[in-house]
Design a protein around this ligand. Structure first.
Ligand code: SAH
Length: 236
């Protein structure tokens, strides 16, 4: 099959899913298919459900309108308030590593634009997400509502202590870097659960770590890759 045919198939796969509610047949579908092919699959992300999610979520609606044309580029972008939407590959990698299953309940710390939450929302049963910058929490709530995503709950506040009322979680995704893994997040992870988190100081390279809790509650940490995230702020 030629490259053209391959891209066509992928773009159409995205269209049929989008008619289910996100952004029917938008003009960026082909760019999204290319993003998945050349930035994400090419770097080794294989899970077909994750690739489909990245092909479906309209990333251009999660960046400031002036940057919509850059939304499918191979990097992070500013979303205001000194914050960023992560590089598509990093979103895909983190999503694949936590092995999302349809019945999973997920906690995300650092809603930002809501893009990572939207990617997860198509793969799990519910996403609870916390954002410390209030206007970002407000905007992402509205954006996710407009996209018809009913299984995401956004809370404005400090996510350092997790969300005890909704715990435990099968998956925890942290998209801002603390110097050390917050103990509350380890406590709120179910036995058998997966936590992905960038760990390290601001202005230095951080380590993306996958922490898995066994069925008997033991933790196993795997260093995945050097990354650079905005710092996890503390409200007190
Ligand atoms: N997941 C986001 C990327 C966000 S960047 C996306 O897909 O767009 C990290 C976000 O974490 C920023 O918006 C920042 O304001 C937020 N953040 C930083 N410290 C936080 C904290 N303690 N609790 C909740 N959110 C926090």
């Amino acid at each position: 099959m030629g490259l053209f045919a391959l891209l066509w198939t992928q773009a159409c796969g995205a269209c049929s899913q989008e008619s289910g509610g996100t952004a029917a047949g938008d003009r960026f579908a082909a760019e999204r298919a290319r993003m998945v092919e050349w930035q994400i699959a090419a770097r080794g992300v294989r899970d077909p459900r994750v690739l489909d999610a990245l092909r479906t979520v309209p990333r251009h609606l999660f960046v400031p309108p002036a940057l919509a044309a850059d939304a499918y580029g191979d990097g992070p972008l500013p979303i205001g308030h000194g914050q960023t939407i992560s590089q598509p590959y990093i979103v895909a990698l983190m999503t694949e590593l936590v092995r999302p299953a349809p019945t999973d309940r997920v906690l995300e710390i650092g809603t930002g634009s809501g893009y990572q939450a939207a990617v997860l929302a198509g793969l799990v049963s519910h996403v609870y997400t916390i954002e410390i910058v209030e206007p970002l929490a407000r905007d992402s709530t509205q954006r996710l509502r407009e996209l018809g995503m009913q299984n995401v709950t956004v809370r404005a506040g400090d996510g350092y202590g997790g969300w005890p009322e909704m715990a435990p979680f099968d998956i925890i995704v942290v998209t801002a870097a603390p110097p050390k893994v917050p103990p509350a997040l380890l406590e709120q992870l179910k036995d058998g659960g997966r936590l992905i988190i960038p760990v390290g100081r601001e202005f230095s390279v951080q380590k993306l770590q996958l922490i898995e809790k066994s069925s008997s509650g033991e933790l196993r940490t795997t260093d995945i890759a050097p990354v650079r995230f905005v710092p996890l702020q503390r409200s007190r």
